[in-house]
Design a protein around this ligand. Structure first.
Ligand SMILES: *Cc1c(COP(=O)(O)O)cnc(C)c1O
Length: 397
C-alpha cells in the first residue's frame, strides 16, 4: 500500500474538460476563465472574481490594489507559507510579524491590536514590533501601517470580526490569504469574503486544482478592474494589445487551467466531504495515541475546509527522528510550517533570529503534517496511525 503525501482528485469529466479546450483555438483569454470567475462569484457571493496564474500572483495583485509600497507596514504572521510574506517584499513594503494562536496557528488578535496601537504611536513603542534592522533602502523611509494580511491556516479562517474591527478603527486594508481555506466558513460566512480581498490557490495539493492557478475575490469594482489590468500586462479596459496603462504582469490563467478548475469546482462539495471524512478517521484513530494532539477547531469556524492534517507532538518527541522513521516505513510526513522569519533570506534582510516569535517557532518544531487527501481509504489512515504509534516509541528523546 503506497501512501502519498497528497493527491489530487481527477475525474474523467475533468480530463474531458481540458481535452475540449485543446480542440479549440482558444487557449487563453477565452470563455473558460470567464465561466470560472462567475462560478466563484456564485459560490462565495463576492461581486468580482479574477482568475490568476497562482495564489502568490493573486496575493501580489492585492498588495498592488491596496497601494502598498516602499516602506509601508503590513501586519502578518510568520506561521505560513512564504508567499504570504513575499508579496509584501515584492513591493518593498515591510512585514510586521505578530505571533499566532498556539491552538490554531492563526493570527493572535490581541497582539494585532497592540501592534497597530503601538505602530500608530511611533517611537520606542513602535520599534518593538519592527524587524531588528531594515534594509538600507528603507532607512528614513518608514511608512504608515497600511494593511493586515491574515492567513487562514490549514483551512480554518482567522478571527475576522476582531481583525476587521481593528482594520476599521485604523482604516487598514485586509487581505485574506485563504489559499488553504476554499469552502471553509467563519460564523457561517465563506472564507475569502472575510476581508477586503480574498485569495484562493489551486496547486495540486489544494482542495481543488488547476495545476498552477489562483483566484482573487473582492466586492470593490475599481480594485477588480485594476487587478484585471495588472494581470494582463497592465492593459486597462479600452487599451489595445500594445497599450499598457499600468506597469503590469502576465499573471493570466490559461483556458485549460480554467476548464479544469471549473470542472473541479462542480464537485467541490463532494471533495470537501471526502476530505472531512478522512479527517474524522484521523481524529478517531489518533485519539488512542498519547503524545499527539490533533488539530484544534475553534467555535468561530463553522466549517473547516480540510487542507492538510497537521498534528502537534509532545515536546518529549524528537520530531525529525520520528519523520525519518516514518519515511523509512513508507509513511511520508512533513514539518509544517517552517517559520518564515527563520528562512535564510529573511534573516539576511531583517536580522530575524530564533526566539523572535516563540509560538510560531514552537509550532514549527512540533508540527507534523500526515499524509492527507480525500482519496485516502480508512485502511490507509489506520496504517499511518499504527506506524505513528510504533515510531513514537522509537523517537522519544
Ligand atoms: C498555497 C498557498 C499559497 C499560494 O501558493 P501558490 O503555489 O502560489 O499557488 C499562499 N499562501 C498559503 C498559505 C498557501 O498555502
Amino acid at each position: 500500500m503506497k501512501i502519498p503525501m497528497s493527491s489530487p482528485n481527477l475525474s474523467d469529466a475533468d480530463r474531458q474538460a481540458v481535452l475540449d479546450v485543446v480542440s479549440t483555438p482558444n487557449l487563453s483569454m477565452g470563455p473558460k476563465i470567464d465561466a470560472f470567475e462567475r462560478a466563484f462569484c456564485d459560490l462565495t457571493g463576492a461581486r468580482h472574481a479574477i482568475g490568476v496564474s497562482s495564489g502568490t500572483a493573486g496575493l501580489h495583485l492585492c498588495v498592488r490594489a491596496g497601494e502598498i509600497g516602499m516602506g509601508d507596514l503590513v501586519i502578518t504572521t510568520p506561521f505560513s507559507f512564504v508567499a504570504s510574506t513575499n508579496v509584501i517584499l515584492f513591493e518593498k513594503a515591510i512585514p510586521v510579524f505578530v505571533d499566532v494562536d498556539p491552538l490554531t496557528g492563526n493570527m493572535e488578535v490581541e497582539q494585532l491590536r497592540h501592534a497597530v496601537e503601538d505602530l500608530c504611536l511611533g517611537g520606542e513603542a513602535a520599534r518593538a514590533w519592527l524587524p531588528h534592522r531594515l534594509p538600507e533602502e528603507h532607512r528614513g523611509r518608514l511608512g504608515a501601517v497600511k494593511a493586515i494580511l491574515p492567513v487562514d491556516v490549514f483551512g480554518q479562517p482567522a478571527d475576522y470580526d476582531a481583525i476587521n474591527a481593528v482594520a476599521r478603527q485604523y482604516n487598514l486594508t485586509v487581505i485574506e490569504d485563504s489559499c488553504e481555506a476554499l469552502g471553509g466558513t467563519y460564523k457561517g460566512r465563506p472564507a475569502g469574503t472575510l476581508g477586503d480581498y480574498g485569495v484562493f490557490a489551486f496547486y495540486p495539493n489544494k482542495q481543488i486544482t488547476t495545476g498552477e492557478g489562483g483566484l482573487i475575490i473582492t466586492d470593490d469594482p475599481a480594485a477588480a478592474d485594476f487587478m484585471r489590468a495588472l494581470r494582463n500586462q497592465g492593459r486597462a479596459p479600452g487599451d489595445t494589445w500594445l497599450q499598457h496603462t499600468y506597469l503590469g504582469y502576465n499573471y493570466r490563467m490559461d483556458e485549460m487551467s480554467a476548464a479544469l478548475g471549473l470542472s473541479q469546482l462542480d464537485r467541490l462539495e463532494a471533495l470537501l466531504v471526502k476530505r472531512a471524512r478522512v479527517a474524522d478517521w484521523y481524529g478517531h484513530y489518533l485519539a488512542k495515541i498519547e503524545q499527539v494532539t490533533p488539530p484544534h477547531i475553534v467555535e468561530s469556524t463553522t466549517r473547516v475546509s480540510w487542507f492538510v492534517y497537521v498534528i502537534r507532538l509532545a515536546s518529549a518527541i524528537n520530531r525529525d527522528r520520528l519523520a525519518k522513521i516514518l519515511a523509512e516505513r513508507g509513511v511520508p510526513v512533513r514539518p509544517y510550517f517552517s517559520p518564515i522569519h527563520l528562512q535564510p533570506y529573511m534573516g539576511a534582510m531583517f536580522g530575524f533570529r530564533k526566539g523572535d516569535y516563540p509560538v510560531t517557532e514552537d509550532l514549527g518544531e512540533r508540527s507534523l503534517a500526515l499524509p492527507f487527501s480525500g482519496e485516502m481509504s480508512e485502511e490507509m489512515v489506520v496504517r499511518v496511525c499504527q506506524s505513528l504509534a510504533d515510531a513514537l516509541v522509537a523517537a522519544e528523546r
